[in-house]
Design a protein around this ligand. Structure first.
Ligand SMILES: [Zn+2]
Length: 206
């Protein structure tokens, strides 16, 4: 095996069709991950996030309504705080938060001054990413894209989606082929704010 590390994250759920399938695959392979849930979806399908939490996965905040992108929504504080209230006891103690983007780009508008101030005041941990293989637009080809991304860097923080027509069909195949140690922690380079403290430059994101 290579020395590469891999952190798995699943965004935009919970979803009644996709989330149970993803959880089944992860459980069968003994892999732990983080689910960044959308507050409005959580309201409808809370039992799925409760199952993920009970099985050892971390649960993070991925906004209330998933504006694309968060920083241009004009409602950043509500998107962050209302979703966190929805998470309640499911929330990770580090108050994990991932902004909703626009197609996976780490680009201006992902965050905003208002969003950053809210994350600092609320002592959130902002978790970004360094690999987006595009499972939602390429539910078959994302596997090869992801394997190439993982092979190209020491520690990959991979974004997949537990929604319909995304990663679920090929997740088990992906896990059978990946050559990396899967860990639940996040690479520090992808965490610009930790428990309300700014650790990395936010240049290019506001
Ligand atoms: Zn998302």
């Amino acid at each position: 095996m290579s020395n590469a590390l891999l952190t798995l994250t699943f965004d935009n759920g919970p979803d009644p069709a996709a989330t149970p399938r993803v959880l089944d695959v992860l459980a069968a392979r003994g892999v732990l991950s983080t689910f960044f849930v959308v507050g409005s979806a959580l309201r409808e399908h809370r039992a799925l996030a409760e199952r993920a939490h009970a099985e050892g996965h971390w649960i993070g905040n991925h906004t209330l309504t998933h504006p694309r992108p968060l920083g241009e929504s004009g409602a950043e504080v509500r998107e962050i705080e209302a979703a966190q209230a929805e998470l309640g006891a499911l929330a990770h103690p580090d108050r994990l938060f991932r902004p909703s983007g626009a197609g996976g780009d780490l680009s201006p508008g992902l965050l905003s001054t208002a969003a950053v101030e809210s994350l600092i005041a609320g002592r959130f941990t902002c978790v970004l990413w360094n690999a987006v293989p595009g499972d939602w637009r390429d539910p078959s080809g994302w596997v090869d894209t992801a394997l190439a991304q993982i092979a190209s860097q020491d520690w990959t923080l991979l974004v997949l989606h537990d929604v319909a027509d995304a990663c679920a069909d090929r997740l088990d195949e992906f896990l059978s082929r990946v050559d990396a140690e899967i860990v639940q922690a996040f690479p520090p380079a992808c965490v610009p704010i930790k428990r309300g403290a700014v650790r990395r430059s936010l240049d290019g994101l506001l």
